[in-house]
Design a protein around this ligand. Structure first.
Ligand code: BES
Ligand code: MN
Ligand code: ZN
Length: 497
């Protein structure tokens, strides 16, 4: 799908479908002020009780007199007084849903004019591309029966009033498209079954990414190299699996040699059975999503490369399986992490922190100015925050603020949670420097505080996306979160330079 900003001040350009916003009460949005003829149709529909402009509602009208659009789609915006970022986003999702059911191959959005005045044109357009891509996403399933129809919609235009706005809108569309591509990569990877999406497969996809973008260099470390690095914690997790582990390292040096590095680290457990501390069978299938952190840092990197962001970014994904076997790590085994700290593994199901602590130590070779790890780390985080917000822990106030703001702007929110010595105390072991679990209480915080012990003197943040990376139930599938948060963060870092 292509996205194009056009100048159409009178909202009357030719189109397969013109999309207008209608506020509750039946008044046309800002866009429609310019188009009296459409206004006539809207007021008639409203008077007849056919369309009230409720948020989430839409109505498709055939060609109207005076319009050069083959169809007109009216999208409910809800009450004008409440119309802000969220409602704007929702109205575009509604339009996407309705458009997909029409025969239109192209559409023109006049909706962007309705967005809250606080939202600049670039942002308005970005949301159009981002939401359209997200709404039209199809899981690459392995069903043999029905062949998925190729989406008809090929071109989305965002109509604006003048050339200056068009320039901002086009940049916004490009940003939204790149975010959409990053989200799609993450969702595609996470949705794959774990017998296909193995650590080796993830590494191959990272290599493909480096072929697609000459600015990305992929370096894949195998088990021998991981051993040579003395990543004892990472190796403990993979010990029970016949699938070889991979440490996936992707470098994107778009910022030049003088700029410091931002490290994005992802948990890449391609299946988490719990190991010897075997999980309950209920919903164990969802543990194929336990590589979502890894998938999303790759997705964010893809977006950064597509946008040529002037930043240096290194992505590190620690990929392996967590399975029980006679060679698996056992509760009470003690391992030495790459940092030298010894860890008593009391529960083999607390494996994420084990692979991440070594990945964090590995990141130090880049002397990074910022390290962010993304992980489906704890069920406790889901208990604390539900499926709405990601957990955010950091040892740096400014970095935490930056990530929190990025999440809000991208509507991919994260909520700050604590780390600290109190939680590290819960990780005391009689036999090693640290235990890998700290009891039921504050599970998300003890897990993050475990990582903090390996991130001392780094500017580090941790995103626990256990509740946000995928959905269960009938809509089961990856969400691609927190790619939007990460890319928004990166865009703003690039802006600040
Ligand atoms: N991948 C899981 C966390 C998880 C669980 C994410 C459920 C989403 C839904 C992680 O590896 C894990 O098993 N964590 C344990 C830690 C515990 C043993 C301290 C958990 O949360 O139960
Ligand atoms: Mn686990
Ligand atoms: Zn896990």
């Amino acid at each position: 799908m292509d996205f194009k900003a056009i100048v159409d001040p009178r909202s009357r350009g030719p189109s397969g479908c013109a999309v207008f916003g209608v506020f509750e009460g039946g008044t046309l949005g800002e866009s429609g002020r310019l188009n009296g003829k459409i206004g006539g149709v809207v007021s008639k529909l409203h008077a007849a009780g056919d369309f009230a402009g409720k948020a989430g509602d839409s109505l498709l009208v055939t060609r109207t007199a005076g319009s050069r659009a083959a169809r007109t789609l009216l999208v409910g915006l809800g009450p004008k007084s409440a119309f802000a970022r969220k409602q704007y986003r929702k109205s575009i999702a509604t339009a996407a849903h309705a458009l997909a059911k029409t025969g239109a191959v192209d559409a023109t959005f006049y909706l962007a004019a309705d967005a809250h005045p606080d939202l600049d044109m670039q942002y308005r357009a970005r949301i159009v591309a981002e939401v359209m891509r997200g709404q039209l996403y199809k899981i690459p399933d392995l069903k043999t029966s029905k062949k998925p129809k190729a989406p008809r919609l090929k071109l989305i235009r965002v109509a604006v009033a003048d050339a200056a706005s068009a320039k901002a809108a086009q940049r916004g569309l490009d940003l939204g498209e790149a975010i959409g591509n990053g989200v799609q990569l993450a969702r595609d990877l996470a949705n794959l079954p774990p017998n296909i999406c193995t650590p080796t497969y993830l590494a191959t996809r990272a290599q493909q990414l480096s072929q697609e973008f000459s600015s990305i260099k992929a370096n894949i470390l195998d088990e021998r190299q991981i051993k040579a690095l003395k990543m004892g914690a990472f190796l403990a997790v993979t010990a029970g699996s016949a699938q070889p582990p991979r440490l996936i390292v992707c470098e994107y040096m778009g910022g030049g040699a003088k700029k410091s590095v931002i490290c994005l680290i992802g948990k890449g457990i391609t299946f988490d059975s719990g190991g010897i501390s075997l999980k309950d069978p209920l919903a164990m299938d969802e543990m194929k999503f336990d590589m979502s952190g890894g998938a999303t840092v790759l997705g964010a990197l893809r977006a950064a490369a597509e946008l040529h962001l002037p930043l240096n970014i290194v992505v590190i994904v620690a990929a392996c399986e967590n399975l029980p076997s006679s060679t698996a790590v056992k509760p009470s085994d003690i391992v030495t992490s790459m940092s030298g700290q010894t860890i008593e593994i009391l529960n083999t199901d607390a494996e994420g922190r084990l692979v991440l602590c070594d990945a964090i130590t590995y990141s130090r070779r880049y002397k990074p100015s910022t390290v962010i790890d993304v992980a489906t780390l704890t069920g406790a985080c889901v208990v604390a925050l539900g499926h709405h917000l990601s957990g955010l822990m950091s040892n740096n106030e400014a970095l935490a603020d930056e990530l929190e703001a990025a999440g809000t702007r991208a509507d991919d929110r994260a909520w700050r949670m604590p780390i600290g010595d109190e939680y590290v105390d819960q990780l005391k072991s009689n036999f090693a420097d640290l235990a890998n679990i700290g009891g039921r209480e504050g599970g998300a915080c003890t897990a993050a505080s475990f990582l903090w012990k390996f991130a001392k003197d780094l500017n580090w943040a941790h995103l626990d996306v256990a509740g946000t990376a995928w959905q269960g139930g009938a809509q089961k599938g990856s969400t691609g979160r927190p790619v939007p948060l990460l890319v928004d963060f990166l865009i703003n870092r690039a802006r600040g330079l």
